[in-house]
Design a protein around this ligand. Structure first.
Ligand code: BTN
Length: 245
């Protein structure tokens, strides 16, 4: 596993700023939606919204995100410091926590830009939304901490995974994840890129996207996905990439 960045403590920055104030809901439409409203109304850096259940969980690319009630970590964090590689930094933080928690032999991998996979199955997803011009973003994170595979919708069962823990593990997972986010959101670009590259699930693998297909060829210094295609190397900076031709 890649080494962590210089800790905020050692660098003289205060710890524990993330996660307060916190609003927790037994059931909510979407923690991202709620956190966005709080951010737009001036909520401070570190504000956290969590829910045991979402009725309208949102995923990337306009998809929905569903999880059985009380079995997943569902949280959204308001940040007012926006590192250039924010989505990748969030992905590394989540992957490092998931990799440390999981009983799976293989450490967690990142499918660009920030899906977290164990043994090829997605165990965590991240949706970063924001208004950079207003100086805020919301990092929405869903981790299948205690989800039982049979509880997942049939269409997800093939591709989704779980940490296989109990619901009691959700809160401690959140606490550790906030510490990891604290570190990785302050990390230098080079450390983030090293960590992403060390976990790159697409390297050397066939990939396809709306505009073409090729073989994953790494991550460039701007955090873009490089793909070797029949007509040369391309760099993708947004969108959805699928594993497999
Ligand atoms: C994805 O992989 O498509 C991103 C999924 C992000 C899901 C989380 S769950 C908590 C937060 N609230 C939402 O509505 N979405 C994110």
């Amino acid at each position: 596993m890649a080494a962590g960045p210089v800790s905020a403590e050692r660098a003289g920055r205060p710890r524990g700023r993330l996660g307060l104030p916190r609003a927790h809901f037994r059931r909510l439409g979407s923690t991202n939606e709620h956190a966005r409203a709080l951010a737009a109304a001036g909520a401070p850096h570190g504000t956290l919204v969590t829910a045991a259940e979402q009725s309208a969980g949102r995923g990337r690319q306009g998809r929905t995100w569903s999880a059985p009630p009380g079995r997943a970590l569902l949280c959204s964090l308001v940040v007012r410091s926006l590192p250039r590689l924010l989505p990748l930094a969030a992905g590394v933080a989540v992957a490092s926590e998931v990799g440390a928690t999981s009983v799976a032999a293989e450490h967690a991998r990142l499918k660009w830009p920030n899906d977290v996979l164990i043994d090829g199955r997605k165990v965590a997803g991240i949706l970063v939304e924001g208004r950079p011009q207003e100086g805020w973003a919301v990092i929405g994170i869903g981790v299948n901490v205690a989800v039982r595979p049979e509880e997942l919708p049939a269409e997800l069962r093939e591709r989704a995974g779980t940490l296989g823990l109990t619901p009691a593990a959700i809160e401690p997972t959140l606490a550790r994840l906030l510490e990891r986010l604290e570190e990785w959101l302050e990390a230098p670009d080079a450390a983030i890129l090293d960590a992403v590259r060390a976990r790159d699930a697409l390297l050397g693998r066939p990939v396809s996207w709306a505009g073409g297909s090729g073989v994953g060829a790494g991550i460039d210094d701007d955090g873009r996905l490089l793909v070797a295609t029949a007509s040369g190397r391309v760099a993708l900076d947004a969108g959805e990439v699928h594993l497999g031709a």
